[in-house]
Design a protein around this ligand. Structure first.
Ligand code: COA
Length: 262
């Protein structure tokens, strides 16, 4: 499958999938074609039994993604704008609900929809010169793919409100202090670090990781009683697997486990 604005590459074992937004001349800005590509790509990933982790990144070092393509949007009718946004909304939901972990590797600017794309991932690794921001209100618009919901959950409502109301940008270190970013690494190293973390995850039991993602994603959004029930369901889904037997066997045989996802 080829895309217009995405490059998709896999590790030799096929388990780590790197999805690169490839419009560096437009700072990887999100146009309709890219939205359609992201939607198609994450739809496929949801059905890909071999894939265990996704690294989502942007080509070049200037921007992870500069948000909506403001050149394409210039003069767009209300109808065309809404139709485009439906594509973005659907793509966002596919990324948020991707059954395997998604790590955003951010170099340069992650602004507007680009910042939201990073927030949709499970966690973010940033190069030291990365910058995050939701400047939509400065353009008279609204962060439309989850920023108003995800940012407060990550950094708390007061800081999220300030950032969204003012459009102020956060540098990488400040983003880490705020809890937006897990790791800040030397500029240019975000992809390598994210890929190392992805390889560690890909070596773990794939069913266990999927179940953990599901339990955390849905459990943190519900009351604790229901969340505990969800977690036991997730636990039980791992008990019946060959990987559970292999994990314990490998421990006792003092060797690394070889998980197959069965
Ligand atoms: N939509 C369309 N084109 C964009 C874009 C966007 N969101 N962001 C950047 N570009 C284009 C620029 O217009 C420029 O094109 P040109 O060469 O035809 O003039 C090209 O990408 C390079 O941009 P430039 O600003 O020169 O690059 P930079 O590396 O100095 O700065 C950014 C990068 C991302 C910090 C800066 O481009 C920026 O602030 N972009 C707008 C981000 C934004 O407000 N997004 C919110 C959308 S809701």
């Amino acid at each position: 499958m080829t895309y217009r604005h995405l490059l998709v590459a896999r590790s030799a074992d096929g388990h780590v999938v790197t999805v690169t937004i490839d419009r560096p001349e437009r700072r990887n800005a999100l146009n309709t074609a890219l939205g359609e590509d992201l939607l198609a790509c994450f739809e496929r990933l949801a059905r890909d039994a071999d894939a265990r982790v996704v690294v989502l990144t942007g080509a070049g070092d200037k921007a992870f993604c500069a948000g909506a393509d403001l050149k394409e949007r210039d003069g767009m009718t209300d109808e065309a704008w809404r139709a485009q946004h439906v594509v973005f909304e659907q793509a966002a939901l596919r990324i948020l609900r991707c059954p395997i972990p998604v790590i955003a590797a951010v170099e340069g600017a992650a602004l507007g929809g680009g910042c939201e794309l990073a927030l949709l991932a499970d966690f973010i690794v940033a190069g030291a010169t990365a910058v995050f921001g939701l400047p939509e209100t400065t353009l008279g618009i609204f962060p439309g793919i989850g920023g108003t919901q995800l940012l407060p959950r990550m950094v708390g409502a007061p800081l999220a409100k300030e950032l969204i109301f003012t459009g102020r940008r956060l540098a990488a270190d400040a983003a880490r202090e705020a809890g937006l970013v897990n790791h800040v690494v030397a500029a240019g190293q975000a992809r390598a670090t994210a890929t190392e973390i992805a390889a560690t995850i890909a070596g773990n039991g794939p069913i266990a990781v999927r179940q953990a993602k599901k339990a955390i994603a849905y459990g943190t959004e519900t009351d604790l009683e229901t969340a505990m029930v969800l977690a036991i369901e997730a636990y039980n889904a791992t008990v019946v697997t060959e990987d559970r037997l292999e994990g314990v066997r490998a421990f006792n045989e003092k060797r690394p486990p070889r998980f197959t996802g069965r």
